[in-house]
Ligand binder design. Sequence first.
Ligand SMILES: O=C(O)COP(=O)(O)O
Ligand SMILES: [Mg+2]
Length: 230
Amino acid sequence: MNVCLAPCPIVFDLDGTLIDSAPDIHACVNYVLEEHGTPHLTLEQVRAFIGGGVDVLWQKIIAAQELQDDRKPEYMAAFMACYHDATQLTALFPDVIPTLETLADRGHPLGICTNKPLAVTQAVLSHFGIAHLFGSVIGGDSVPERKPHPAPLRAAIQALGADPRNPKAIYVGDSEFDAACALAASVPFLIYTKGYRQTPIEELPHLASFDDFAALPAMIETQALALSAH
Ligand SMILES: O=C(O)COP(=O)(O)O
Ligand SMILES: [Mg+2]
């Protein structure tokens, strides 16, 4: 039987991994563009810009729409006024809640490491009633660095009571930012294939991939067993 011998800290990315938040981000982006008399972006365009946090999102929008770079703080402030509690169009990916509950019941400490601002992250976790499942939540403004820098992931692991330099933790994410962050932090990385990744999966460093959250607990136990054997 696949039983994890020791509790293994498991840290999750948020946008494109646990939640499909692109429709809310898209709506807030277009609200700001409309206010500034600029053409809208499609959902697909905005989805492709998610992963690096709000600052990177607006860098990409400004480049795509040929907007004035020096107005970025203004765009971002207007965006945050819409985005700070945006949950209406956001959905959990299928089977996320039972999977998180299974992992928590098995004793794995769970954390979040996202580039989404912390206040928005907390609003989303409360909205879906899953905040209590996470022992650590690191947002895009919780530490000075953002993914792909390893510092936020290390902070999330450390806040779960584990040694941040101990690779006996697992990171679960969806994007180029997550894969590079996990690699830099020397943390094994599992990638969800239905998120916002733009790069072919075989080009991203990862231990294993999954397209169904129902399959994740068994995959985690296998990886956690392998980790605890080292
Ligand atoms: O807000 C973003 O751009 C990315 O958020 P994520 O790190 O949860 O994918
Ligand atoms: Mg993501």
